[in-house]
Design a protein around this ligand. Structure first.
Ligand SMILES: [Zn+2]
Length: 93
């Protein structure tokens, strides 16, 4: 049996934590719900629609998501760039 991944947009009946950015998804909000099989392991997730859009345009993502949470609605690269700008701002550059 091969790997598979199914995604659909749902309205959450109970609160979830976004698996991309770590922020809450309230009950009654829209979320992208996915489930699949990767190398024999079943997985499922809920993410914000804007996080799903970020993932869709993140060409760096191959099979695995980054291990840390990213910024809401941002790709991994955008998160890194935002962090760099914040660090510079904090140092007064
Ligand atoms: Zn999110």
């Amino acid at each position: 049996m091969g790997d598979f991944n199914r995604e659909q947009t749902v309205v959450c009946r109970k609160p979830h934590r976004c698996d991309w950015c770590g922020e809450g998804i309230e009950a009654g909000q829209q979320a992208v719900s996915g489930a699949g099989m990767f190398e024999g392991e079943f997985y499922s997730y809920h993410i914000h629609p804007e996080c799903a859009a970020a993932i869709a345009r993140d060409s760096d993502i191959d099979d695995m998501w980054p291990p840390e949470y990213q910024r809401r609605g941002m790709t991994q690269r955008e998160t890194d760039e935002a962090q760099v700008v914040e660090d510079q701002t904090q140092r007064g550059e």
